[in-house]
Design a protein around this ligand. Structure first.
Ligand code: HEC
Ligand code: HEC
Length: 455
């Protein structure tokens, strides 16, 4: 009897101790959390050009009036976005391939794959002349029917098109767009088929996308739109536009540009956090964010709302041709020269645009030359602060590219912020259920069809 009573008493005491400890520990955690939240928000405030962390809040879906860099000639509308959303994935426009066997097999999304953060999912995108898809683009390869220089592939990794609304001049070199950073570069425009379009006076996206169809061997005209079933949507989207322009690359560009501007990662945990949901990020992600905006100095370059910046900077990375199996590029590719390749201005040599940083955990290839395979390798590279490309004179490197002396656990915290804090998992909303041709997408060659499950 007595032992049983003692046991019961002990259990109660133990239980009470446990309860006190849990409450106590929780208490401590709550204090910890509040402290880190206060410190983090203050750090972000200081890193922001407006002095407030709200500067980094991206527009929510449908908040069209908050989307920056719109073209007055092409105001965003729901119908344009819906149309552009299908066009971006439509393999039916692939009507001008080098080899007729590749007709109808590729799309914009062959190189900008949603499941790969809208990058190619491999070190280099291949549209015309490529076969296969794998899981997110990693299995794409050159078709035997093509010689190396006959494929559609570029000498640098495709940029993500996420948050491209925050880009004033597109491409790694900023070639497109007649305004903003390209004011003063007018004398070189007519030297290139692409930048000559800058004289039309549209914004960068509209300008680049007029060119993109031809560059990527696609055809848009009334006959094609009729046959694929797009004419009615073009009429609804552009009722005011002259018919010759409506059913052309111009109408096509306007629709795709509207769609691209709507690709905003507003549902990432960091975005929810900025909007007041303190529980949206883990403690580790918060520590990483604090490093990003503070001690690790990432935000000195990645300073825009999408953690991009409309500036050209050298951080000394390798070029794509240095990857052995890279195709249709080489040591003399002008793309290796960055902004200089467009402006011919010595000051711009080896300088590349500062890219956005959302949804990169799915990309698996980083920097313009795909020289890194994990976000941890990227952070370690910035931590060491030593250029990996010996061709770049050290006086051209950014003064902000410096050794950081981060500890191993700090590197892990930063990676956790990049991987999880900056990951909008609902990117499915940017992908159409179908395209009007009924074709398989984003690729439609036999091997891809099997990989994607279209057969
Ligand atoms: C063969 C692969 C490939 C295909 C197909 C492709 N792209 Fe790209 N895209 C790239 C590459 C590579 C870059 C970067 C090129 C550069 O900087 O010189 C890029 C860059 C872009 C950019 C600039 C993003 C920025 O931040 O500056 C936009 C916008 C874009 N592509 C839209 C499209 C559209 C629209 C289509 C379809 C009409 C398309 N792309 C088809 C490979 C491709
Ligand atoms: C000196 C300016 C500068 C600083 C500081 C900087 N970055 Fe960057 N970052 C760039 C530029 C420029 C690129 C593109 C370089 C290239 O590919 O040529 C880039 C690329 C990246 C990429 C790859 C994006 C892609 O699409 O491939 C990631 C990830 C990244 N930075 C994260 C960080 C992090 C994390 C930090 C802080 C530890 C940081 N950056 C600090 C300028 C900077």
């Amino acid at each position: 009897m007595a032992t049983r009573f003692l046991n019961m008493r002990n259990t109660i005491i133990l239980g009470l101790i446990l309860v006190f400890c849990v409450v106590g520990c929780l208490d401590e955690q709550i204090i910890d959390q509040t402290l880190i939240d206060d410190q983090l928000l203050e750090t972000i405030d200081q890193a922001s050009v407006t002095g407030s962390h709200s500067y980094f809040i991206l527009p929510n879906d449908g908040e069209y009036n908050l989307i920056p860099n719109q073209d007055p000639a092409n105001p965003i509308s729901k119908i344009k976005i819906d149309l552009g959303k299908m066009m971006f994935f439509e393999t039916g426009f692939a009507l001008d391939p080098f080899d007729q066997s590749a007709k109808g097999t590729y799309s914009c999304a062959s190189c900008h794959i949603p499941e790969a953060g809208f990058t190619p999912g491999r070190f280099q995108g291949i549209a015309d002349g490529g076969i296969g898809f794998g899981f997110n683009g990693e299995m794409r390869r050159k078709s035997e029917a093509y010689d190396e220089y006959d494929i559609d592939a570029q000498g640098l990794r495709a940029l993500s098109v996420l948050n491209v609304a925050f880009v004033t001049n597109t491409l790694w070199s900023g070639e497109f767009g007649g305004a903003d950073l390209n004011i003063g570069t007018e004398e070189v425009w007519d030297k290139k088929p692409g930048s000559s379009l800058n004289t039309l006076g549209y914004k960068a996206l509209e300008t680049q996308n007029i060119r993109n169809f031809g560059l990527h061997r696609m055809i848009i005209n009334k006959r094609v739109l009729d046959s694929l079933g797009y004419t009615e949507m073009f009429d609804q989207a552009f009722p005011e536009m002259d018919l010759n322009e409506r059913y052309s690359e111009l109408g096509g560009s306007f629709a795709i540009s509207s769609y691209l501007r709507s690709l905003i990662t507003s549902q990432a945990p960091f975005q929810k956090y900025l909007k007041g949901n303190k529980g949206a990020m883990s403690i580790q992600e918060k520590r990483g964010a604090k490093l990003f905006f503070g001690k690790a100095n990432c935000a000195s370059c990645h300073s825009g709302p999408a953690l991009n910046e409309n500036k050209f900077i050298s951080v000394g990375v390798k070029d794509l041709y240095e990857i052995q199996s890279a195709l249709a590029t080489g040591e003399s590719d002008v793309k290796n020269l960055g902004r200089y390749g467009f402006t011919n201005n010595d000051r711009d040599a080896f300088k590349f645009k500062v890219p956005q940083l959302y949804n990169l955990r799915d990309a698996h290839f980083y920097f313009h030359g795909s020289s890194k395979n994990t976000l941890k390798e990227v952070v370690e590279y910035f931590n060491e602060g030593i250029a990996e490309n010996p061709n770049i004179p050290s006086n051209l490197l950014s003064p902000n590219f410096q050794p950081l002396n981060l500890a191993e656990n700090e590197i892990d915290d930063l990676v956790s912020f990049l991987k999880n804090g900056l990951y909008d998992a609902s990117f499915d909303r940017f992908v159409p259920d179908e395209v009007l041709s009924g074709n398989c997408f984003p690729n439609n060659d036999e091997v891809s069809r099997q990989d994607i499950g279209c057969n």
